[in-house]
Design a binder for this molecule. Sequence first.
Ligand code: ATP
Length: 307
Amino acid sequence: MDNYVIKTENLTKKYHGQIAVDNINLHVPKGKIYALLGRNGAGKTTTMKMLLNLLRPSAGKVILFGEKDSGFGKRNYHRIGSMIEAPAFYENLTAKENLEILARLRGRHRQDTIENALFVVNLDWKSKKLFREYSLGMKQRLGLAAAIMHEPELLILDEPMNGLDPIGICETRKYLLQLCREKGTTILISSHVLNEIEQLADVIGVIHKGALLEETNLQELYRHRRNYAEFEVSEVNKAALILERMFSISDYAIMGGNKIRLYEKIDKRAAINSSFVKEGIAVEKVSVSAGKLEEYFTELVGGEGIG
Ligand code: ATP
Protein backbone atom coordinates (compact mmCIF):
# COMPACT_ATOMS: atom_id res chain seq x y z
CA MET A 1 0.00 0.00 0.00
CA ASP A 2 1.29 3.48 -0.79
CA ASN A 3 0.99 6.22 1.75
CA TYR A 4 -2.02 8.03 0.36
CA VAL A 5 -5.18 8.21 2.40
CA ILE A 6 -7.07 9.53 -0.60
CA LYS A 7 -6.31 8.71 -4.18
CA THR A 8 -8.49 9.23 -7.19
CA GLU A 9 -8.10 7.85 -10.67
CA ASN A 10 -9.48 9.97 -13.48
CA LEU A 11 -12.33 11.11 -11.30
CA THR A 12 -14.89 12.88 -13.43
CA LYS A 13 -18.30 14.47 -12.89
CA LYS A 14 -20.67 15.83 -15.46
CA TYR A 15 -23.86 17.68 -14.62
CA HIS A 16 -26.35 17.44 -17.50
CA GLY A 17 -23.50 16.74 -19.92
CA GLN A 18 -21.46 19.71 -18.65
CA ILE A 19 -18.10 18.78 -17.16
CA ALA A 20 -17.61 19.95 -13.56
CA VAL A 21 -14.68 17.73 -12.55
CA ASP A 22 -12.39 16.55 -15.27
CA ASN A 23 -10.22 13.43 -14.91
CA ILE A 24 -8.76 14.32 -11.54
CA ASN A 25 -5.92 12.29 -10.00
CA LEU A 26 -5.61 13.38 -6.39
CA HIS A 27 -2.90 12.17 -4.01
CA VAL A 28 -3.50 13.07 -0.38
CA PRO A 29 -0.63 11.82 1.80
CA LYS A 30 -1.22 10.31 5.21
CA GLY A 31 -0.80 12.69 8.14
CA LYS A 32 -0.60 15.84 6.00
CA ILE A 33 -2.79 18.85 5.36
CA TYR A 34 -3.73 18.98 1.70
CA ALA A 35 -5.41 22.13 0.40
CA LEU A 36 -7.56 22.05 -2.67
CA LEU A 37 -7.34 25.56 -4.08
CA GLY A 38 -9.59 26.98 -6.71
CA ARG A 39 -11.80 29.85 -7.69
CA ASN A 40 -15.57 29.78 -7.28
CA GLY A 41 -17.03 27.05 -9.43
CA ALA A 42 -13.66 25.31 -9.98
CA GLY A 43 -15.03 21.95 -8.83
CA LYS A 44 -13.84 21.69 -5.21
CA THR A 45 -17.17 20.84 -3.60
CA THR A 46 -18.11 18.41 -6.36
CA THR A 47 -14.80 16.60 -5.86
CA MET A 48 -15.25 16.40 -2.10
CA LYS A 49 -18.80 15.12 -2.45
CA MET A 50 -17.58 12.32 -4.68
CA LEU A 51 -14.87 11.41 -2.16
CA LEU A 52 -17.57 11.12 0.48
CA ASN A 53 -19.92 9.16 -1.73
CA LEU A 54 -22.49 11.95 -1.55
CA LEU A 55 -22.33 12.17 -5.31
CA ARG A 56 -21.77 9.42 -7.82
CA PRO A 57 -18.86 10.01 -10.23
CA SER A 58 -19.62 10.01 -13.96
CA ALA A 59 -16.31 8.18 -14.43
CA GLY A 60 -13.17 7.29 -12.52
CA LYS A 61 -12.47 5.92 -9.10
CA VAL A 62 -12.02 7.00 -5.49
CA ILE A 63 -9.59 5.02 -3.33
CA LEU A 64 -9.72 5.71 0.38
CA PHE A 65 -7.27 4.28 2.94
CA GLY A 66 -5.28 2.31 0.35
CA GLU A 67 -6.11 -0.01 -2.50
CA LYS A 68 -7.25 -3.02 -0.55
CA ASP A 69 -9.61 -1.11 1.66
CA SER A 70 -11.03 1.07 -1.08
CA GLY A 71 -14.50 2.46 -1.23
CA PHE A 72 -16.61 4.34 1.20
CA GLY A 73 -18.30 1.50 2.96
CA LYS A 74 -20.14 1.71 6.25
CA ARG A 75 -17.07 0.30 7.96
CA ASN A 76 -15.23 3.51 7.13
CA TYR A 77 -17.76 6.02 8.45
CA HIS A 78 -16.09 6.34 11.82
CA ARG A 79 -12.69 6.92 10.20
CA ILE A 80 -13.88 10.03 8.37
CA GLY A 81 -15.16 13.41 9.53
CA SER A 82 -16.49 15.94 7.06
CA MET A 83 -18.06 19.30 6.63
CA ILE A 84 -19.41 20.07 3.20
CA GLU A 85 -21.16 23.32 2.33
CA ALA A 86 -23.37 24.86 5.02
CA PRO A 87 -23.68 22.37 7.88
CA ALA A 88 -27.22 21.03 8.27
CA PHE A 89 -28.63 20.42 11.75
CA TYR A 90 -32.01 20.26 13.42
CA GLU A 91 -33.17 23.85 13.77
CA ASN A 92 -35.09 23.31 17.00
CA LEU A 93 -32.36 21.52 18.92
CA THR A 94 -29.32 22.78 20.82
CA ALA A 95 -25.73 22.12 19.81
CA LYS A 96 -25.38 19.30 22.33
CA GLU A 97 -28.67 17.66 21.30
CA ASN A 98 -27.70 17.80 17.64
CA LEU A 99 -24.33 16.20 18.33
CA GLU A 100 -25.91 13.51 20.50
CA ILE A 101 -28.08 12.41 17.57
CA LEU A 102 -25.07 12.27 15.28
CA ALA A 103 -23.03 10.34 17.82
CA ARG A 104 -25.78 7.75 18.16
CA LEU A 105 -25.96 7.38 14.39
CA ARG A 106 -22.22 6.84 14.18
CA GLY A 107 -22.50 4.24 16.88
CA ARG A 108 -19.31 5.16 18.72
CA HIS A 109 -19.99 7.42 21.57
CA ARG A 110 -17.98 8.24 24.66
CA GLN A 111 -19.65 10.44 27.24
CA ASP A 112 -17.10 13.21 27.03
CA THR A 113 -16.68 13.38 23.25
CA ILE A 114 -19.47 15.88 22.67
CA GLU A 115 -18.37 18.18 25.46
CA ASN A 116 -14.77 18.03 24.22
CA ALA A 117 -15.75 18.77 20.65
CA LEU A 118 -17.85 21.76 21.68
CA PHE A 119 -15.07 22.97 23.94
CA VAL A 120 -12.55 22.82 21.09
CA VAL A 121 -14.70 24.96 18.81
CA ASN A 122 -15.54 27.34 21.63
CA LEU A 123 -19.27 26.64 21.93
CA ASP A 124 -20.88 26.28 25.32
CA TRP A 125 -22.18 22.69 25.68
CA LYS A 126 -24.61 23.76 28.41
CA SER A 127 -26.16 26.52 26.29
CA LYS A 128 -29.90 26.26 25.63
CA LYS A 129 -29.63 28.25 22.42
CA LEU A 130 -31.31 26.50 19.49
CA PHE A 131 -29.52 25.94 16.20
CA ARG A 132 -31.91 28.29 14.41
CA GLU A 133 -30.72 31.09 16.69
CA TYR A 134 -27.08 30.55 15.76
CA SER A 135 -25.00 33.02 13.77
CA LEU A 136 -23.27 31.83 10.59
CA GLY A 137 -19.96 31.53 12.44
CA MET A 138 -21.56 29.50 15.27
CA LYS A 139 -23.13 27.16 12.72
CA GLN A 140 -19.75 26.71 11.12
CA ARG A 141 -18.18 25.94 14.52
CA LEU A 142 -20.84 23.35 15.23
CA GLY A 143 -20.20 21.81 11.81
CA LEU A 144 -16.55 21.48 12.72
CA ALA A 145 -17.40 19.98 16.11
CA ALA A 146 -19.54 17.36 14.35
CA ALA A 147 -16.70 16.56 11.99
CA ILE A 148 -14.06 16.07 14.67
CA MET A 149 -15.92 14.69 17.67
CA HIS A 150 -15.26 11.02 16.88
CA GLU A 151 -11.53 11.71 16.32
CA PRO A 152 -11.46 10.56 12.70
CA GLU A 153 -8.27 9.64 10.85
CA LEU A 154 -9.37 11.69 7.86
CA LEU A 155 -11.04 15.08 7.84
CA ILE A 156 -12.60 16.51 4.69
CA LEU A 157 -13.52 20.16 5.14
CA ASP A 158 -15.08 22.36 2.48
CA GLU A 159 -14.17 26.00 3.16
CA PRO A 160 -14.26 25.55 6.96
CA MET A 161 -13.20 29.14 7.68
CA ASN A 162 -16.24 30.62 5.91
CA GLY A 163 -18.19 32.86 8.22
CA LEU A 164 -15.68 32.66 11.07
CA ASP A 165 -14.37 35.86 12.65
CA PRO A 166 -10.58 36.49 12.67
CA ILE A 167 -10.16 34.91 16.09
CA GLY A 168 -12.22 31.91 15.03
CA ILE A 169 -10.07 31.54 11.91
CA CYS A 170 -6.91 31.66 13.98
CA GLU A 171 -8.24 29.14 16.53
CA THR A 172 -9.42 26.77 13.82
CA ARG A 173 -6.09 26.96 12.05
CA LYS A 174 -4.20 26.20 15.26
CA TYR A 175 -6.52 23.34 16.06
CA LEU A 176 -6.23 21.75 12.61
CA LEU A 177 -2.44 22.03 12.75
CA GLN A 178 -2.44 20.45 16.19
CA LEU A 179 -4.69 17.60 15.02
CA CYS A 180 -2.41 16.90 12.12
CA ARG A 181 0.93 17.23 13.93
CA GLU A 182 0.01 15.57 17.22
CA LYS A 183 -2.58 12.98 16.23
CA GLY A 184 -1.49 12.34 12.67
CA THR A 185 -4.91 13.23 11.25
CA THR A 186 -4.97 13.60 7.48
CA ILE A 187 -6.84 16.73 6.46
CA LEU A 188 -8.21 17.68 3.06
CA ILE A 189 -9.42 21.26 3.08
CA SER A 190 -10.75 23.42 0.27
CA SER A 191 -10.32 27.14 0.11
CA HIS A 192 -10.00 30.17 -2.06
CA VAL A 193 -8.28 32.20 0.67
CA LEU A 194 -4.63 31.92 -0.20
CA ASN A 195 -3.02 33.46 2.85
CA GLU A 196 -5.06 31.12 5.04
CA ILE A 197 -3.73 28.13 3.17
CA GLU A 198 -0.16 29.44 3.20
CA GLN A 199 -0.18 29.12 6.97
CA LEU A 200 -1.75 25.70 7.03
CA ALA A 201 -1.10 23.37 4.14
CA ASP A 202 1.72 20.91 3.49
CA VAL A 203 0.56 20.10 -0.01
CA ILE A 204 -1.64 22.06 -2.38
CA GLY A 205 -3.61 20.98 -5.39
CA VAL A 206 -4.75 23.70 -7.76
CA ILE A 207 -8.07 23.02 -9.41
CA HIS A 208 -9.27 25.20 -12.27
CA LYS A 209 -12.33 24.74 -14.46
CA GLY A 210 -12.64 21.17 -13.22
CA ALA A 211 -9.05 20.12 -13.90
CA LEU A 212 -6.30 19.52 -11.36
CA LEU A 213 -3.49 21.64 -12.76
CA GLU A 214 -0.79 20.73 -10.28
CA GLU A 215 -0.05 19.16 -6.93
CA THR A 216 2.85 20.73 -5.07
CA ASN A 217 4.58 20.53 -1.75
CA LEU A 218 4.38 24.05 -0.30
CA GLN A 219 7.90 23.99 1.16
CA GLU A 220 9.30 22.99 -2.22
CA LEU A 221 7.37 25.77 -3.85
CA TYR A 222 8.80 28.32 -1.45
CA ARG A 223 12.33 27.13 -1.92
CA HIS A 224 12.06 28.02 -5.60
CA ARG A 225 10.43 31.37 -5.18
CA ARG A 226 11.94 34.57 -3.93
CA ASN A 227 10.45 37.84 -2.87
CA TYR A 228 11.30 40.94 -4.85
CA ALA A 229 10.54 44.62 -5.26
CA GLU A 230 9.83 45.94 -8.71
CA PHE A 231 10.33 49.49 -10.00
CA GLU A 232 8.87 50.77 -13.23
CA VAL A 233 11.18 53.58 -14.28
CA SER A 234 11.92 55.87 -17.22
CA GLU A 235 15.53 54.66 -17.62
CA VAL A 236 16.28 51.11 -16.55
CA ASN A 237 20.01 51.15 -17.32
CA LYS A 238 20.59 54.27 -15.28
CA ALA A 239 18.48 52.79 -12.47
CA ALA A 240 20.64 49.64 -12.56
CA LEU A 241 23.79 51.72 -12.17
CA ILE A 242 22.33 53.46 -9.13
CA LEU A 243 21.41 50.13 -7.57
CA GLU A 244 24.95 48.87 -8.03
CA ARG A 245 26.91 51.97 -7.12
CA MET A 246 24.85 53.59 -4.42
CA PHE A 247 23.28 50.53 -2.81
CA SER A 248 25.79 47.77 -3.67
CA ILE A 249 22.94 45.65 -5.07
CA SER A 250 23.97 43.03 -7.58
CA ASP A 251 21.01 40.65 -7.33
CA TYR A 252 18.57 42.37 -9.67
CA ALA A 253 17.06 41.72 -13.08
CA ILE A 254 15.98 44.02 -15.86
CA MET A 255 12.55 42.96 -17.04
CA GLY A 256 10.59 44.02 -20.12
CA GLY A 257 8.49 47.19 -20.05
CA ASN A 258 11.04 49.37 -18.24
CA LYS A 259 10.85 47.31 -15.11
CA ILE A 260 13.68 46.42 -12.82
CA ARG A 261 13.37 43.78 -10.13
CA LEU A 262 15.56 43.54 -7.09
CA TYR A 263 15.85 40.46 -4.95
CA GLU A 264 17.97 41.88 -2.15
CA LYS A 265 17.63 44.88 0.17
CA ILE A 266 13.92 45.06 -0.56
CA ASP A 267 13.44 46.98 2.68
CA LYS A 268 15.55 49.83 1.22
CA ARG A 269 13.02 50.52 -1.52
CA ALA A 270 11.96 53.93 -0.15
CA ALA A 271 15.57 55.16 -0.14
CA ILE A 272 16.14 53.65 -3.59
CA ASN A 273 13.05 55.38 -4.87
CA SER A 274 14.20 58.81 -3.67
CA SER A 275 17.67 58.25 -5.15
CA PHE A 276 16.13 57.43 -8.52
CA VAL A 277 14.07 60.61 -8.40
CA LYS A 278 17.07 62.72 -7.28
CA GLU A 279 19.02 61.41 -10.26
CA GLY A 280 16.25 62.46 -12.62
CA ILE A 281 14.65 59.03 -13.17
CA ALA A 282 10.87 59.08 -13.28
CA VAL A 283 9.39 56.27 -11.17
CA GLU A 284 6.02 55.17 -12.50
CA LYS A 285 5.36 52.41 -10.03
CA VAL A 286 6.91 50.51 -7.14
CA SER A 287 5.53 47.18 -6.04
CA VAL A 288 6.51 44.30 -3.83
CA SER A 289 5.84 40.74 -4.96
CA ALA A 290 2.49 39.45 -3.86
CA GLY A 291 2.30 36.40 -1.60
CA LYS A 292 4.27 33.60 -3.18
CA LEU A 293 1.29 31.35 -3.31
CA GLU A 294 -0.81 34.02 -4.97
CA GLU A 295 1.77 34.46 -7.71
CA TYR A 296 2.05 30.75 -8.22
CA PHE A 297 -1.70 30.41 -8.43
CA THR A 298 -2.08 33.32 -10.84
CA GLU A 299 0.63 31.97 -13.13
CA LEU A 300 -0.92 28.50 -13.11
CA VAL A 301 -4.44 29.57 -13.97
CA GLY A 302 -3.20 31.88 -16.69
CA GLY A 303 -3.32 35.30 -15.13
CA GLU A 304 -6.63 34.97 -13.34
CA GLY A 305 -6.41 35.67 -9.64
CA ILE A 306 -8.36 33.69 -7.11
CA GLY A 307 -10.59 36.42 -5.69
P1 ATP B 1 -17.23 27.42 -4.74
O1 ATP B 1 -15.89 27.85 -4.29
O2 ATP B 1 -18.01 28.53 -5.37
O3 ATP B 1 -18.00 26.63 -3.74
P2 ATP B 1 -16.47 24.96 -6.14
O4 ATP B 1 -15.04 24.96 -6.57
O5 ATP B 1 -16.80 24.20 -4.91
O6 ATP B 1 -16.99 26.45 -6.04
P3 ATP B 1 -18.48 23.30 -7.42
O7 ATP B 1 -19.57 23.68 -6.48
O8 ATP B 1 -17.91 21.96 -7.31
O9 ATP B 1 -17.30 24.39 -7.38
O10 ATP B 1 -19.03 23.53 -8.90
C1 ATP B 1 -18.30 23.12 -10.06
C2 ATP B 1 -19.16 23.35 -11.30
O11 ATP B 1 -20.27 22.48 -11.27
C3 ATP B 1 -19.73 24.77 -11.40
O12 ATP B 1 -19.73 25.14 -12.73
C4 ATP B 1 -21.14 24.61 -10.88
O13 ATP B 1 -22.01 25.54 -11.48
C5 ATP B 1 -21.49 23.18 -11.33
N1 ATP B 1 -22.46 22.53 -10.43
C6 ATP B 1 -22.28 22.28 -9.11
N2 ATP B 1 -23.37 21.62 -8.60
C7 ATP B 1 -24.24 21.46 -9.62
C8 ATP B 1 -25.53 20.85 -9.73
N3 ATP B 1 -26.12 20.28 -8.69
N4 ATP B 1 -26.13 20.88 -10.94
C9 ATP B 1 -25.52 21.45 -12.02
N5 ATP B 1 -24.29 22.03 -11.98
C10 ATP B 1 -23.66 22.05 -10.79
